[in-house]
Design a protein around this ligand. Sequence first.
Ligand code: SF4
Length: 192
Amino acid sequence: MSINFINNWKELEIKCKNCTRCELSKTRTNVVFGYGNVNSKILFVGEGPGFHEDIQGKPFVGRSGKLLDSLLEEINLTREKIYIANIVKCRPPENRDPLPEEQELCINWLRNQFYIIKPKIVVALGRIAALKIISPNLKITKDHGIFLLKKQTWFMPTLHPAAVLRNISKKPDVQSDFQKLKSKIIELDIII
Ligand code: SF4
């Protein structure tokens, strides 16, 4: 499939924020395009905005966002040193999982973000993002923390912060994944 990607970040953001490709456009408050450093070589991808993200127009705010911030801090990262985006840019009602057709209609925005950023590492936050961008056969409980090289980019799935908040006994698992991320950043000599 050939896609005509936009080269200019601002133009991409404006176009995305006016998107009405799927039904989620009818119930959203804001399009959550993403947040962070476009020059970073580390891209984090979640599944979609929740209630607070929809209101504020930013990804990973609220309790999940705080946990993500603390996990980043443990490996000397901040949001300003990475870029954070989602598979779908508008909130699915009642925080349900984004439907496969919604993901498919939205994914080219993320592909275009990827095209401009050209990340060396992509971290998929949670099952939905991991299935969509790494492998449909992936099992998040078993495969989290394992890096996979695809076309010169390293992909790693980890647990979604909201899932960790629901089951705090999983926190050491996600902390261990972030340590593996730190090691990969050092190994690839990524300047942050
Ligand atoms: S979820 Fe994606 S495809 Fe659907 S309206 Fe929002 S930006 Fe467009």
